[in-house]
Write a protein of this length. Structure first.
Lengths: 392, 318
């Protein structure tokens, strides 16, 4: 049974919808800027979404019940992806969300109040659990039944798409809305700073002088359907989700193995599953966080798989920042765009080739025959996921 | 068929590697009953691990040993609230040590997937590694994933669930009226396989996780498994609905499990561990409830309103 992508929606620092994101990629306009956020005491380079919680509530007519920013961003993305889809009695629709920190944006406020000994506002902590993030999004669109959340740090949304594909393939659902969202929080910013991998300048994926990541926020969701669902909904397929795999690096709780074992396994198995020839992979949307460790490990893994014939690759995280759990879905949307518009997407801030690997990423938005795209998402704890999207 | 090859669980009852514990359940559930973690975890690592990680790594390792397998073909965990101890520790540092350099360990260990990730490290396991977090249904969704995986491939899957108590949960539970029973911790892992072996404990017949609490869900679930009623029911028993469930199955013994293990998001995994022991040991009295038949057990989890988890376990006799 084939898995079709029939809808997608996105909100990120480079646009509140798919069209705006595409324009930013085309014009090489980054969403990362030096900014003072309410959740963090210092100015940092980060990629915030340009809409406040209140803006999002108003724009998407969200009920006046407690919602984390994580849910609000998710609702924005699903609104675009879901579009004019309707609930149909014979189309079993499921929801698979993902987030790394759930309602941490609100929990931080609650916890601060509690520490200060003030009477804390408990409605702030009501949205803490990650499952709540998905329930709020799914309920907004009337999706019931199977509502699940995956949380595997920075590979979360890629895993949500993978689980959706597996369930569709085995006939456990007909149509699944899958993706992820994460907000900027003091917790995650301080966290990556404590690991000394938060760049104090613009991140520089795959550059010799890269010095860490910049965090961003956002959400993306895709609508995946089987044939039965498409014949009922009449939705037009954009492309196929053809291969997927998750593998554990089992090397270190945060760092990737120098030989890129988990990443190599994930790519190898996803490509095998897809049945796509290596030569048909036209573009790779890399994980490419801009940390010393990830970009070297990922480059080595690319060499393990493709040898000397590595397809054009780039990391779009220099546009969106690293959006953690959302990244896998945001980059899935970009991968689909690469197929639909037959283009290669650029990275930014690349100047010097990495001495260990000698690999040069794509730096310009340019037309190209794109048959299939490989998208990588690698997370904390060595959680590596690769997805293969293919032209119909 | 999905075979349960082993079951290792740490809780506020004496559950860890204690066959027949279902005959000796205690009314006092004030403390977590821990094994000697040094038997399962490198002592140098124990100090840095939170309770949820210690429990999970010990249970995951024990479950593999007891199933007679060296490694897992997938590790799948469910957790409602994740690694709370480290999350709270780092959050506290972020708020109180503004601007200074913070120690990263608690941040590293705060993500939900640290549980399954630490297991992959401890077992040098490079296979599929997944973490489901859907509050009270997290364990059921993890089990569904494991079953889907056994439909896709052969092998031994380490599936389980873990949640830990921290003090800041108490005022939140008090505020939302979720304090009828003590807030507790618990974790456990099960080895599931597509083939029976000399180690097989029981059969995992079916699992359902659904955002619905319609009364027919149970009936439909049993029907699709060709059963009119199970031999006994384990239910969360939190919301006084034991009576309502009994009305649907008037002849069926019902054991509420929240009073036995306390309150946490993945307590249905405790119920599964208990069900396996009752079936295997043919326990006739479980905390005052008489069990006459030992062919199958249904776990009904409606801990949070509007959500239903169902697990059907069958006895296995080679």
């Amino acid at each position: 049974m084939s898995v079709y992508v029939t809808g997608m929606g996105i909100i990120s620092a480079v646009g509140n919808n798919v069209a705006e994101n595409l324009s930013s990629l085309k014009e090489r306009r980054s969403g990362i800027r030096k900014t003072k956020l309410a959740c963090h005491p210092h100015e940092i380079f980060a990629a915030p979404v340009n809409l406040s919680d209140e803006d999002l509530r108003t724009r998407f007519q969200v009920s006046n019940t407690p919602h984390s920013r994580t849910s609000l961003l998710g609702i924005a993305a699903v609104a675009e992806a879901w579009g004019s889809n309707k609930h149909l009695p014979n189309v079993r629709t499921a929801f698979i969300g993902s987030t790394s920190v759930g309602g941490m944006d609100k929990t931080e406020k609650y916890y601060r109040q509690a520490l200060e000994g003030n009477s804390a506002d408990f409605s702030l902590v009501q949205t803490h659990d990650s499952g709540n993030t998905s329930e709020k999004i799914a309920h907004h669109f009337g999706i019931k039944g199977y509502i699940n959340t995956l949380s595997t740090a920075c590979s979360s949304a890629a895993n949500a798409l993978m689980l959706a594909a597996r369930m569709l393939e085995h006939g456990h659902a007909d149509r699944i809305v899958a993706g992820g969202s994460d907000p900027l929080t003091g917790f995650t910013i301080s966290g990556f700073q404590s690991l000394m991998i938060y760049d104090e300048d613009w991140c520089k994926p795959f550059d010799e002088n890269r010095n860490g990541l910049n965090l961003g926020e956002g959400a993306a969701y895709l609508v995946l359907e089987n044939e039965k669902s498409i014949s009922a909904t009449g939705n037009k397929p954009l492309c196929l989700l053809k291969g997927w795999s998750n593998a554990a690096d089992a090397y270190h709780q945060t760092a990737s193995s120098p030989e890129g074992k988990g990443a190599t396994l994930a790519m190898k198995n996803a490509i095998e599953k897809s049945g796509v020839a290596l030569s048909d992979i036209s573009y790779i949307n890399a994980h490419g966080t801009g940390t010393k460790n990830n970009d070297l490990s990922e480059s080595t893994a690319l060499q393990n798989i493709f040898g000397k014939n590595i397809p054009p690759f780039s990391s779009t995280k220099a546009f969106t920042g690293h959006t953690l759990a959302a990244a896998g879905a945001i980059e899935a949307v970009y991968s689909v765009l690469s197929i639909v518009h037959q283009v290669l997407l650029p990275g930014l801030n690349y100047k010097t080739v990495m001495s260990e690997t000698g690999l040069t990423p794509v730096t310009e938005y340019k037309s190209c025959q794109v048959n299939a795209v490989l998208s990588n998402s690698f997370g904390f704890g060595g959680n590596n996921t690769s997805l293969i999207f293919k032209k119909i | 068929m999905y075979y349960i090859q082993s079951s290792a669980y740490i809780s506020h009852q004496d559950t860890f590697r204690k066959k027949g514990f279902s005959k000796n359940l205690s009314e006092n559930i004030s403390t977590l009953i821990k094994p000697d973690y040094k038997e399962f975890i490198n002592p140098a690592l124990i100090r840095r691990m939170s309770e949820v990680l210690r429990m999970s790594v010990a249970c995951g390792s024990a479950a593999l040993q007891d199933a007679g397998v060296k490694t897992a073909d997938a590790i799948i965990a469910g957790t409602g609230l994740g690694c709370l101890m480290d999350t709270e520790k780092f959050l506290n540092n972020v708020i109180t040590i503004q601007g200074g350099m913070l120690p990263p360990t608690s941040f590293i260990q705060s993500t939900h997937n640290t549980i399954a990730g630490q297991l992959s490290l401890a077992l040098s396991c490079h296979s599929y590694n997944m973490t489901h977090t859907q509050n009270s249904l997290s364990f059921e969704y993890a089990l569904s994933d494991a079953m889907l995986m056994l439909d896709e491939q052969q092998g031994n899957i380490l599936a389980g669930a873990a949640d830990e108590y921290i003090d800041p949960l108490q005022p939140v539970a008090n505020h939302f009226g979720l304090n009828r029973f003590p807030l507790t911790s618990g974790a456990g892992f099960f080895v599931l396989s597509d083939k029976a072996s000399a180690h097989t404990n029981a059969v995992l017949a079916d699992v359902l996780a659904i955002h619905d609490s319609d009364e027919n869900i149970c009936k439909d679930f049993l029907e699709r498994n060709h059963l009119s009623s199970p031999d006994f029911i384990l239910t969360d028993g939190y919301h006084d609905d034991t009576k309502r469930i009994s009305q649907n199955f008037s002849e069926t013994p019902v054991i509420p499990y929240t009073p036995l293990c306390g309150m946490y998001a993945t307590s249905s995994a405790f119920a599964m561990h208990l069900a396996i022991d009752i079936l295997q040991q043919k326990t006739e009295q479980v905390s005052g409830t008489a069990i006459r038949q030992h062919r199958n057990a249904l776990i009904i989890n409606q801990l949070l309103p509007g959500r239903t988890g169902l697990i059907l376990i069958k006895n296995y006799e080679a």
